[in-house]
Structure formats: structure tokens, C-alpha cells
Design a protein around this ligand. Structure first.
Ligand code: G6P
Length: 753
């Protein structure tokens, strides 16, 4: 029942109760008042006729007494007058004396008395007054009819009811008008507060709102305000437009600068001119669509042989070349810088340190020094390119652990969001790094530091706890060092949806036919694919060994199953990578010798760069995709395979040690170190019914579609927006401390500035 109606019903019940409570009291009062009235009149009448009656009685003048009684009875309230003698007989009476009246009915005492009697069904009051002379004595009886009192009391009841109803109605009308005014003001304030939350106007509550709201509502709104970020972040329809909307709505005046080692477009010299390459990099796959949607500036290492030939005087080029959407600013590195900073410290120290695959990291002081210097050069490029004092700087990956602090020192108002694209190991493992404190301090220059999973966030917080003097707030997941607070958050990275490489893809049947024809395979041969950089973290050797075990355990598949392994050469300057490639090629040859025969080799190991369109064609042609990373931050290959399968067929075998396994739980999850489990998973995948494949693929596609890369970036940008608004409030509060209300987390920010 609506509140207003409830109040009206309650008021009506109270009104009826009041009428019922007051009415009997009023009737009694009126009756007593009327009776007292007639008693007084009786006394008056008696007093006025006492002497005359005594005289008439003394002389026995009966006729005159009747006459006197006749005159007295003319009084409208007096019904009848009579005289009872000493014996109790009615000696004289006026005309209207009831026929059934007898002197027995009245008290005949020595003094005046009154009694209520019923006669002829009327309620009467009889006043009895003693009168005596020498000759005779008796009682004068004056009969009053009290029927008028009943009428009077019912009239009073009616008037009381009318008066109460009128008072109640007027009161209710006044109360309603008053309540309506209050509710209108209240609603206006709530509407205003909700609008503030929607628009991200993050202030405290105004004095007015504080007065009007109850504590509960204020808390709810505060909560709403706090959860705006997560509400937005969980929108299922994240795409380029939604991301642009977030930027336009929340960060309309923001300047976005990305800094990464790998550039999104590499220009290389070839015999027939300059070719354009999109590198095989999870980082590039994720950031590029974001920059296409949002625009801005991307600072990266110009690594292509023709990169210098195509840039302007500021080392910039607008990309993508076909439809420019953002600016790529290239930073040049000497061979020594690249060797020590990139191959040395980034890929021989940090990469094996963070990926626990039992490859020993190499820590060389010369590499570290170069790493620091190159970080300083990229930080300087960011500062040089920034047009405002408060850009949003998106620092990418393990190549630039020191950049956040370096930028912070020069642009203290910048919002720096750093994303670590690889795993963060446990504190004990990270502890072997000789420069662990510097690396952590560098990262803590960030406003927000992101990892793929909560697990990696926890590892980072534990590492900070172990090695750096700091204040860690586990509830807020933040670290404060020297007054600067860094929030540590999980942002599971993903791919664009739909992937650009899906545009123009042939049907699955056509892809199957084309790939099988290219490999010289009949349509009945089942194909598994593995596609990645030739990196020891990807578990390529283990995958080949698992295929070996599968074919030896299930020889009926010999001749009917192949693994197509596409491996893009990567970091080939490093011995670990060259050794891996040699070992993998030997192993593939061995397996092919063991199970191959005329026209059949179970392993196709193709070592070259694959363009995204080729990758997607392979995914669409495959029956199974094997991702057997020994350790991986996320692994976008797994998500790309799912995105490629709009026919909802195909089975994903996925390593438990890739971050993607947290989201794609409908894959066949395996331990890549356990060859038997991978071999069995291959068998299970090949015999899985179409219906089961569809059920699993449908669920995984839903996850990849809704948790796409726009959501990943959107979450980070929303966090940046939230942080900037808070900082503005904090700045305002420190200028005008009395006028701005700072609560909760805002208050905390004020303390740490
Ligand atoms: C991983 C790293 C990226 C890197 C990519 C390719 O995904 O997280 O930062 O770009 O590998 O490696 P590369 O050394 O060729 O850039």
C-alpha cells in the first residue's frame, strides 16, 4: 500500500475512534446537564408557588389548587403537576398527568428529592417537595419530560462528529500540503544527487542535502557514487563507441599518452619497397584498437628498418596508415641500448624472473644501467609530448618499470596507469633481483598499477610488503610510499570484439578447405593448431612431446591427426630463444620420422611471422587449438581462437598456468608439465560431440564478447576519471577547507597529498 494511502486510512481510523470515544461522554454530559436544569427549574417553581399552595391547602380550596396546577403546567418543560397527600393518594393533578402515575413512584421525603421514573414509555424526572399546613400536608410533584434531553444529546453528538470531521479534514489537507512540499524538495535533492553521481560529480553532500536526507539514503547514494565505476565497468556492450563515450563523458579534456617498447606498426625495407608489419604482441593486440577508438599519442621504440624513412621532423607518423586515428612517436635506440635494455635487462632478467618456467634470469649491471637510461629517455619523450600538466599516461609492461616515477617527478599532476602484461611472481622469487627496490619504487610512481589477475596483484602487494617501507591498505588494495598512493587493481586484458581480422574471413568450411588444401591434407584429417611467438614460456616443446605421447597411446590417429604449429621468430639474438627453436625443430623432425609416412607428417612447424588474417583463417580451419603456456599473464591466442569460431565449434585446450584459464573455464584445462594430461585432452577434444563443442564454445564466446578489450581499457580509464575527480575535490578542499565536505576515501587522499 502506498505510504500516503496508509496515512489516510490511519487518520480515518483515528477519527472514528475519537467519535466513538467522545460520543458517550458527550451524551452523558448533556443528559446530566438537562436533568440538573430541570431540577433547578423545579426548585424555582416550587419556591414561587409554595406559599400560595400552602394557603390553598390550608383552606382546602381544591378547585383553586387545580387551577394553580393548570397554570404551572403551561411551562413547556413541565409535563404535569400533582399533589400527593400524606396517605400517598394523588389528590390534585394537572391535565397531562400520565394515567399510570401513582404517588408510589416518587420519593416523599422530608426534604426535596428527585427521582427518575418511566411512565407511558417516557423518561421522566419527578421532583417531590414536602408541603404542610395545620390542616393538611403532602408533597408537590413536578413531572418533567426528559425526552428533550435525548434529542439534545443526539444533536450534540451530530455536531461533535461534524466538528471533528471538519477539523480532521482541514488538518489532513494542511498536513498533505506540507508533506507534499517536503517530499517535492526531498525528491529534488535526491534527483540532484543521483544526477551528480551519474555525471560523476563527486563532491560531498551539500548542507541542504545533508539536512533533507536521512543518514540511510545518504549512505546509499554514497555507495551508488562509489559503485558507478563498477556499474559502468560491467556493461555488457563495451565497444569502441562505449569507450569513446566514457572518454567524452568522463575525461572530455584528457590527453592520452601511451608508452610501450613495441610499436603497433613496423615499417621495414624490402626488395620491393617499404612493407608494413603488425608485430605479434599481446600488448599491441590490446592497445591498438583502443588507440584507434580514442586517438592520442603512442610513444614506442622505432624498431623497423624503414621506420626513420616515414616519420616527420618530430619523429611522428599518423597511423593506421590506411585511416589515421592517432599519432605514433618513435624513439630511436642504438644497438647497444637495445642489446642491454631490451634483450639484456628486459628479456634476460625480468622476463624469466616473472615467468616461472625455470629459465635462470641473468642480472648484469651494464644491462640495468642501460635499462635505467632508456627508461629516462622514454619518460622524457612523454614529458616533452605532454601538452597539459595532467595527461593520462598509460605505461605498458616490464620494459618501463622506472618510467612511472620518472614521469611523476616531472608531471606531478599526471594520472599514470601502468599495466604489467606479464605475471608478477611471488615475493621470494622476485627477491633475487638485485634492483628489486628500485623497480618497485619506479612502479609506485603510478596512480594505478594493473595486473591481469588478482593473484598477481596479491603477489605484488606481498613483494612490496617484504622489500619496501610502505603503508599497504589491503582493503583498498593500495600502497602509500612517501605520501603518494598507488592503487593496485586486476584488469583482465582481452581482444577487440569482433576482431578486425574477422572482417572478410571466408566461411569456416571454406577456411577448412583452404588450409587442408595448402597442407595437402584430405578433409578427413583432424587439425590442431598452436600459434604464438617462439618463446620458451609458451610450452611449445611440451606440446610436441604431448602429441608424441598421444600418437603412441592412440595409434589409430596416426595418419588422421596433425598439429600445425605456427611460431613467429622472436628475440632471436638471445641464446635461450635460438636454442628453443633448434630443439623444437629437432623434436618435430623426430616425431615426423617416428609416425610419418608417404604423404603424412603429424607435425607442421612453420617458423615465420603470420599476419592476423592468416592466424584467424587457421583458427577457423582447426578442430582443436592448443595453448600450453608454462606461465602466461593472460594469453590472447586463446581468446582469439574463441572469437574466430562464430560457428561455435572447435575445442580449446588451455594451460592452467595462463591467466586466460580463469575466464575460459569451458576449455579443456591442462597442466602442460603433465604430458599425459595434455595427450588425454587431445584425445578428448578429437572425440568431443558437436553439441558439447557448441555448449562450451557458446559460453566462452559470451565471456570474450562481454569482457573485451574495450572493457579492459574502459575500466582503467574510468578509474583514472574517478581518481582525477577526487584529486580535484582534494585540491578544492585544501583551498577552501570549510566549504567542501571530504569523506572516506577522499579524506584519505587529502592526507596523503
Ligand atoms: C609479450 C609482452 C609484450 C611484448 C610481446 C612481444 O606479450 O608482454 O610487451 O610486446 O610479448 O614481445 P616483443 O619482445 O617482440 O615485443
Amino acid at each position: 500500500m502506498p505510504m500516503m494511502l496508509r496515512y489516510m486510512v490511519a487518520a480515518f481510523i483515528m477519527l472514528v475512534a475519537a467519535i466513538f470515544a467522545i460520543s458517550p461522554f458527550a451524551s452523558t454530559f448533556v443528559r446530566q446537564w438537562s436533568r440538573r436544569d430541570v431540577e433547578l427549574r423545579s426548585v424555582l417553581v416550587f419556591n414561587s408557588v409554595r406559599n400560595e399552595l400552602a394557603n390553598l391547602l390550608a383552606v382546602g380550596a381544591t378547585a383553586q389548587i387545580d387551577d394553580l396546577f393548570g397554570r404551572l403546567a403551561l411551562d413547556e418543560r413541565l409535563l404535569a403537576v400533582g399533589l400527593c397527600d400524606r396517605e400517598g393518594s394523588l389528590r390534585n393533578r394537572s391535565k397531562l398527568m400520565p394515567a399510570d402515575f401513582s404517588c408510589e413512584k416518587v420519593a416523599r421525603t422530608a426534604s426535596a428529592s428527585f427521582s427518575a421514573i418511566v411512565s407511558d414509555e417516557r423518561r421522566l424526572v419527578a421532583g417531590s417537595f414536602p408541603i404542610s399546613t395545620d390542616r393538611a400536608s403532602g408533597h408537590l410533584v413536578l413531572l418533567h419530560d426528559l425526552t428533550f434531553a435525548e434529542q439534545r444529546s443526539s444533536q450534540v453528538r451530530t455536531w461533535i462528529t461534524i466538528a471533528l470531521a471538519a477539523v480532521a479534514l482541514i488538518g489532513a489537507a494542511l498536513a498533505s500540503i506540507f508533506a507534499l512540499l517536503i517530499v517535492r524538495r526531498w525528491l529534488q535533492s535526491i534527483r540532484q544527487a543521483i544526477e551528480d553521481v551519474k555525471a560523476g560529480r563527486n563532491g560531498g553532500f551539500s548542507r541542504d542535502q545533508d539536512l533533507v536526507f536521512g543518514r540511510h539514503i545518504r549512505d546509499v547514494l554514497q555507495e551508488l557514487r562509489e559503485t558507478t565505476r563498477s556499474i559502468d565497468a560491467t556493461r555488457a556492450d563495451w565497444g569502441p563507441d562505449a569507450l569513446r563515450l566514457v572518454l567524452a563523458g568522463q575525461l572530455s579534456d584528457a590527453e592520452i599518452i601511451v608508452v610501450s617498447n613495441r610499436e603497433p606498426y613496423i615499417h621495414n625495407r624490402a626488395t620491393d619497397g617499404i612493407t608494413l608489419q603488425i608485430p605479434a604482441s599481446g600488448l599491441v593486440a590490446a592497445i591498438e584498437p583502443i588507440m584507434r577508438a580514442c586517438g592520442g599519442l603512442w610513444v614506442a621504440h622505432g624498431s623497423g628498418s624503414a621506420d626513420r624513412d616515414v616519420v616527420d621532423a618530430r619523429d611522428c607518423i599518423r597511423v593506421p596508415p590506411a585511416f589515421p586515428a592517432y599519432t605514433l612517436r618513435r624513439v630511436w635506440l642504438s644497438e647497444q641500448e637495445e642489446d642491454r635494455y631490451y634483450f639484456g635487462f628486459a628479456n634476460e632478467a625480468l622476463w624469466p624472473l616473472c615467468h616461472i618456467v625455470f629459465v635462470r634470469p641473468s642480472f648484469r649491471e651494464s644491462d640495468w644501467d642501460e635499462y635505467r637510461d632508456v627508461n629516462a629517455r622514454f619518460a622524457a619523450a612523454v614529458v616533452q609530448e605532454a601538452k597539459r600538466p595532467d595527461p593520462i599516461v598509460l605505461v605498458q609492461d616490464y620494459h618501463f618499470a622506472l618510467v612511472p616515477r620518472m614521469v611523476r617527478e616531472q608531471l606531478p599532476e599526471a594520472t599514470i596507469i601502468t599495466f604489467w602484461h606479464i605475471p608478477w611472481p611471488n615475493a621470494e622469487t622476485f627477491g633475487i633481483c638485485p634492483w628489486k627496490e628500485e623497480i618497485i619504487a619506479g612502479l609506485l610512481g603510478s596512480s594505478v598499477l594493473g595486473f591481469h589477475t588478482q593473484f598477481h596483484c596479491n603477489n605484488f602487494l606481498d613483494t612490496v610488503d617484504r622489500f619496501v617501507e610502505s603503508r599497504i591498505d589491503r582493503e583498498l588494495a593500495s600502497v602509500t610510499v612517501s605520501g603518494h598512493e598507488t592503487f593496485v587493481r586486476p584488469y583482465p586484458i582481452s581482444i577487440e570484439w569482433p576482431p578486425a581480422a574477422m572482417a572478410g574471413q571466408k566461411s569456416v568450411a571454406a577456411c577448412r578447405a583452404a588450409v587442408r588444401a595448402g597442407l595437402g591434407l584430405s578433409d578427413s584429417v583432424r587439425v590442431a593448431v598452436g600459434i604464438e611467438r617462439f618463446d620458451y614460456t609458451k610450452g611449445i616443446l611440451d606440446r610436441l612431446r604431448a602429441v608424441d605421447m598421444f600418437l603412441s597411446s592412440y595409434p589409430e590417429w596416426i595418419g588422421r591427426f596433425v598439429l600445425f604449429q605456427a611460431a613467429a621468430p622472436t628475440r632471436t639474438k638471445l641464446a635461450a630463444y635460438r636454442n628453443l627453436q633448434n630443439e623444437a625443430e629437432c623434436l618435430a623432425r623426430e616425431i615426423n620420422v617416428r609416425y610419418g609416412r608417404e604423404g603424412y607428417s603429424p607435425i607442421f612447424l612453420v617458423v615465420r611471422h603470420f599476419e592476423p588474417e592468416e592466424v584467424f583463417e587457421l583458427f577457423r580451419a582447426a578442430d582443436v587449438c592448443i595453448v600450453s603456456s608454462l606461465h602466461d599473464g593472460m594469453n590472447l591466442v586463446a581468446k582469439e581462437f574463441v572469437a574466430a569460431r562464430d560457428d561455435e565449434q572447435g575445442v580449446l585446450i588451455l594451460s592452467d598456468f595462463a591467466g586466460a584459464s580463469r575466464e575460459l573455464s569451458e576449455a579443456l584445462i591442462v597442466n602442460p608439465y603433465d604430458l599425459h594430461s595434455v595427450s588425454e585432452a587431445i584425445g578428448q577434444a578429437l572425440s568431443m560431440s558437436g553439441a558439447e563443442q557448441r555448449d562450451r564454445m557458446r559460453l566462452m564466446r559470451h565471456v570474450v564478447r562481454s569482457r573485451n578489450v574495450y572493457r579492459w581499457a574502459g575500466q582503467m580509464l574510468l578509474d583514472a576519471a574517478q581518481l582525477r575527480k577526487r584529486q580535484k575535490i582534494v585540491a578544492m578542499a585544501s583551498r577552501e577547507p570549510k566549504r567542501v565536505l571530504i569523506r572516506g576515501r577522499f579524506a584519505k587522499l587529502r592526507q596523503v597529498r
